[in-house]
Write a protein that binds this ligand. Structure first.
Ligand SMILES: Cc1cc2nc3c(=O)[nH]c(=O)nc-3n(C[C@H](O)[C@H](O)[C@H](O)COP(=O)(O)O)c2cc1C
Length: 276
């Protein structure tokens, strides 16, 4: 709940200007709580600690000294890491990594994302192998001559082609080999209720923020679409890791210390852009 302390307020109107939902009445400085989405921009902009949210005044931030070059270098540095060293992630680093996640934006500031952290390596291996076996069965079924007619109709030619290459890769994988988490020490699953405002985007933005933050902590990450899809399709596995039944998994990050040192940027196609 937003409160404005009259005795501290200098009537600068910055809180009024910063409010996206016109929740603060100009000149009166009263808060229409029903309009407030709890973004706390009014708290963050107040120069006198007159505005509080849930009785908190907010913490000051240092002016950032990240140059565009620094940031661009961070983007070039992030790679999907598929080789991890055996080094585990200490609790302090993990706490720092997790704590930043809540600062990612969410649609209507709903903040309804959940994060499940798997850090027991034996469990992760078993879980990855189960997911691989699940996809081996699923792709085998999809390319059965009868079912394929329907799969092709629903998914279209391009997706089927991609799925066929996955089927081949899965078939080549010896039973028990973990090609999903690459023996990384951590797997982070981002999930939310499909009924929240923008659950898919919220989870993916949160995961993207985390993948960049990870680089600054010396960590590497890899998004994993198989685990994301596998969890949604496999209720037993989802339950096993305590994801609420009503939640859908939207993103998964594999996390650990990279074993390879990439010295160059990746090669990318030119951006498909239209400036009007
Ligand atoms: C939504 C999403 C799902 C992905 N799923 C997988 C996956 O299941 N396995 C994997 O090895 N990489 C996965 N990746 C990583 C992509 O293959 C990778 O981002 C792409 O090849 C570009 O490489 P880079 O991330 O190193 O720039 C995924 C990436 C995204 C964004």
């Amino acid at each position: 709940m937003i409160k404005i302390d009259e005795s501290k307020c200098i009537k600068c109107e910055l809180c009024v200007m910063s409010c996206a939902t016109n929740a603060i009445k100009p000149k009166e400085y009263t808060v229409r709580q029903h309009r407030c989405m709890g973004c706390s921009h009014c708290v963050a902009v107040c120069p006198k600690d007159a505005v509080t949210q849930d009785d908190k005044i907010g913490e000051f931030i240092e002016p950032h000294n990240i140059t565009p070059g620094n940031f661009e270098n961070l983007i070039y540095t992030r790679k999907s890491i598929r080789n991890y060293s055996k080094k585990g992630i200490d609790n302090e680093t993990l706490a720092r990594f997790l704590d930043l996640m809540k600062y990612a934006p969410t649609g209507t500031n709903s903040q309804k994302t959940f994060v499940t952290v798997l850090k027991d390596r034996d469990f992760i291996s078993g879980f990855a192998v189960d997911t691989i076996e699940f996809f081996k069965k699923l792709t085998k079924l999809a390319f059965n001559p009868v079912t394929y007619i329907f799969v092709r109709l629903i998914m279209g030619k391009d997706k089927c082609k991609k799925m066929f290459s996955y089927k081949k890769a899965l078939q080549r994988t010896p039973k028990g080999k973990d090609i999903l988490t690459f023996n990384a020490p951590l797997v982070v699953v981002f999930h939310a209720s499909p009924e929240s405002t923008t659950p898919d985007m919220d989870c993916n933005i949160q995961a993207s923020y985390s993948s960049l933050h990870a680089v600054t902590l010396g960590l590497g990450t890899c998004f994993n679409g198989f685990i994301t899809r596998g969890l949604n399709a496999n209720k037993k596995l989802k339950k096993q890791i305590g994801i609420p039944k009503k939640n859908k998994v939207y993103s998964t990050l594999v996390v650990g210390y990279p074993e390879l040192d990439y010295k160059k940027r990746v090669i990318r196609e030119d951006l498909k852009v239209n400036i009007i």
